[in-house]
Each structure stands twice: as C-alpha cells, then as structure tokens.
Design a protein. Structure first.
Length: 185
C-alpha cells in the first residue's frame, strides 16, 4: 500500500462509494404496498460519456440547448446513478390517476412517447420519486454534489441501459471545488 493517496483518486473512490450507498437508499426507500419495482445502476467511464454523447445528439435533433447543458454536466461528473421504475405494473386500485378507468384497461395500454413508455401507474411514479429523493439525500449527506436530471434518464433509456424501466432519471455526482450543477447556463 502506498503511504499517500492523491486527492483525485480519493475523491473518485468516494464518489463510487457514495453511488453504492445511493443504490442502497433507493432500494430500501418506502414503496407502495412494499412492492419493489425500482431499478438502479451506476454508470461511469465510457458508458457515462456515451450518455453525454447521446444527450448532445438529442439536443441537435430537438434543437434544444437544455440537453447540451445537461450533457456538459454529465461529462464533468465522475459517475451517474440511474434510477428507473417498471411503471407498467398496475397497483390494482382502479384509482384512475393513469387516465384509465380501471387497472385492467391500464394493463392493456403500452405506448412509447418521445422519451419514456406510458402510461405509468401513479403509485410506481410515486415510488420512483421517493427512491430518487432517498438517493439524492445520501449524496447530500456525504457532501457529494448531485442533481436529479430528467434528460439523463431519457438518454440512458434510448441507449437501453435500463431495458426493464419505463421511466428513468439520472443523478450525476461530482466533488469539484464548485458544484457544476449550480449556476447552470
């Protein structure tokens, strides 16, 4: 073992360990009726950069600068935590929040939107939100800069990184002197 560890190496290791703890937080976050349809993944290195490249392609195709801005955030991050959900699984309450009168009608409908598949059961969407909040909280408690980003999930899904997910979000992680997710332009 070397007598010293360079700051850059220690910070990279801390980010990966933080990402692992974020996955644990997402997994153990409360879920509707205790049914776990949350999916998680840590992405870094070439795969992380592939997400940024895909986001730039989306920006060009859609003529929107927001995907480019977020792609820069991904590229400037050490890792990204992806959290998705199997949103097509109905809850069985016939609540109608998905836009269908019954869960049986919901179960027969699968449509591909520009970014995600739908409809999504409202209870699965709530579970996703709680898992995202739990994961982001862990990063915050460990002083690792982070931000939940919709566009990362879009690109990751287009790259088939979470094939079972109908919706996914990304949380980039950084330990720079100033958060790259603050004062974004």
């Amino acid at each position: 073992m070397t007598p010293t560890i360079a700051s850059k190496d220690a910070e990279r290791d801390a980010i990966i360990e933080t990402a692992r703890l974020m996955l644990a937080a997402a997994r153990t976050a409360p879920k509707s009726a205790g049914i776990d349809d949350i999916l998680t993944l840590i992405v870094h290195g070439k795969e992380k950069n592939a997400i940024a490249d895909k986001m730039r392609k989306i920006a060009k195709k859609r003529k929107t600068e927001a995907f480019n801005r977020d792609a820069k955030n991904v590229r400037d991050s050490e890792a990204v935590v992806l959290i998705g959900v199997r949103g097509h699984k109905s809850f069985g309450l016939n609540c109608g929040a998905c836009g269908h009168r019954t869960c049986a009608e919901f179960d027969k409908t699968i449509e591909r939107g520009e970014d995600f598949q739908g409809p999504t059961c409202i209870f699965k969407a709530l579970d996703l939100g709680i898992a995202l909040g739990s994961a982001a909280k862990i990063a915050s408690l460990l002083n690792v800069d982070n931000r939940i980003m919709y566009r990362i999930g879009t690109a990751a899904m287009m790259l088939n990184m979470m094939p079972e997910a109908t919706t996914a979000m990304g949380i980039p992680l950084s330990t720079k002197g100033k958060s790259p997710y603050f004062d974004r332009k």
